[in-house]
Design a protein around this ligand. Structure first.
Ligand SMILES: Cc1cc2nc3c(=O)[nH]c(=O)nc-3n(C[C@H](O)[C@H](O)[C@H](O)COP(=O)(O)O)c2cc1C
Length: 204
């Protein structure tokens, strides 16, 4: 099966921690986790895309999206919404939309906030919208996951989250459990949907 793409933007490392923990769950679900990031946006409209980061995952390409069996998409919360670099990348995917390249692939979303009620769910919901336009199948987290009931930090049925209170990027035990569950669920859904081989069609 094609790899599960885990794509995120992270300025201070919290969203990256979620991405890596989801990757552990993906591998536990029998798939390969391919972790990628997006470049920051420059205020100079003529700026070239920077070289891949010296440390950490390389920048995503459109081929990474076309070639994945599933997508986990992560962003820090910025004013209750996804960060601009993530939206900027999504806005470059209209060619994939035209070709129906992502139709019927499962996807999940994840985010980090610095405050408990700072907009985790609104960010997650806003990140789902472009993926729904692409025809992806959104996978949240079911309440059969005990950590969803017990968490006093992050974790929502809309997708996994981290509460980075005081800028602490380390995941709580519940956040980690939910990341593993989310990654495993995504990998298993990718396997099931891939083997069903549903006809995809094109957007237009
Ligand atoms: C411009 C900006 C807007 C932000 N907006 C919110 C917000 O609406 N709610 C919130 O709780 N935190 C907000 N934060 C804090 C980040 O979401 C939080 O620090 C997050 O954990 C950063 O993730 P990262 O470590 O992956 O970069 C904001 C940060 C910045 C820089």
């Amino acid at each position: 099966m094609a790899p599960v793409l885990i794509l995120y933007y992270s300025r201070h490392g919290a969203t990256e921690q979620l991405a890596r923990a989801i990757g552990v769950g993906v591998e536990a679900g029998g798939a390969t986790a391919k972790i990628r990031t997006v470049p920051p946006i420059s205020s100079d409209p003529d700026a070239e895309q920077p070289d891949d980061p010296a440390v950490g995952p390389p920048y995503v390409t459109l081929d990474d999206l076309t070639g994945c069996s599933a997508l986990a998409l992560g962003s820090p919360t910025r004013f209750g919404n996804m960060a601009a670099p993530v939206k900027h990348f999504l806005d470059s995917t209209s060619g994939l939309w035209l070709n129906g390249a992502l139709i019927n692939k499962p996807a999940c979303v994840f985010t980090s906030t610095s405050s408990m009620h700072g907009g985790q769910e609104s960010t997650l919901l806003s990140m789902m919208l472009p993926l729904i336009h692409h025809g992806m199948v959104i996978a949240g987290l079911p309440y059969s996951e005990p950590a969803l009931h017990n968490t006093t930090t992050g974790g929502t049925p809309y997708g996994v989250t981290h509460l980075a209170a005081n800028n602490v990027t380390t995941l709580s035990s519940e956040e980690k459990q939910l990341c593993h569950a989310q990654g495993k669920r995504l990998a298993e859904l990718a396997g099931a949907l891939t083997s069903m081989n549903i006809e995809k069609g094109k957007a237009v």
